[in-house]
Ligand binder design. Sequence first.
Ligand code: MN
Length: 282
Amino acid sequence: MTAFYLAQRGTGTMTILEEIKAKRQQLRQSPGETISREGGLVIVPDATAFRHILAVGDIHGNWLRLLSLWQHVPYDPQQDLLVFLGDYIDRGDYSAEVLEMVMELAEKSPHVITLTGNHEAMMLHYFQDHSIREPMDLNHGWMRSGGQATFASLARVYQQDPGRYHAMLEFVLSLDHLASVGEDYIFTHAGFLPRQSYEEQVDDMLWIRTEFYEEYAGDETVVIGHTPVQCFDVNRHHPLMFRNHIIDCDTGSYLPGGHISCLNVKKMTCWQSDPDDMFQED
Ligand SMILES: [Mn+2]
């Protein structure tokens, strides 16, 4: 099955959506397969196997807002599929705590999908040639994108428990890039170029904005984060559905008055973190 898939991919003629469809059809011929992960591409062939399909937008180190959101979400690891859309880290002060919480949820159920965002990609790029044991390199692009807070948060973990720090880095390295659930839903951090293959765009797709919003014309609902909805409408606080079946769940986790949102995908309803005044720290 794998050989067939790679052969198809090797032709270079399949677009990302064609690849997903081919992979899903192969999986449906193997009864009992509920989820497949390969090269950052996650395929869940049957969406009806789950009570709720839940998608959590950008978090950006705002652990208190994540805890607040999580009090409202009626998540059941036995019945629900849970997708994190990436950007766990940066800007907020609690990136390590956020990673810890997401890792714990992923350990408890095989039906938790943890996608990478562009901020995790920046962090991994930094640690390719920098160490947590050395002073921060303020010239690196990650540090100008909220990485300083993440570095400080991870350095605290490293001082207390180096093994835990390494487990966190391994977790970030293992994050997936795109998930297809049934025939109706696709989840990815930022979007994708519909005319390219998955392989061709696996890194670039973490950053895409306008090209995806303008070029996507598929039937599948694509659930994304990456661009705060406040960029489209400063007064907006809820996920934003575009005309072409894209729904943006980044509700400005790091912005004043922003929220973290969890979309109940089958019903198109959402739960959100409470307003911040409940969580002021003195
Ligand atoms: Mn983001």
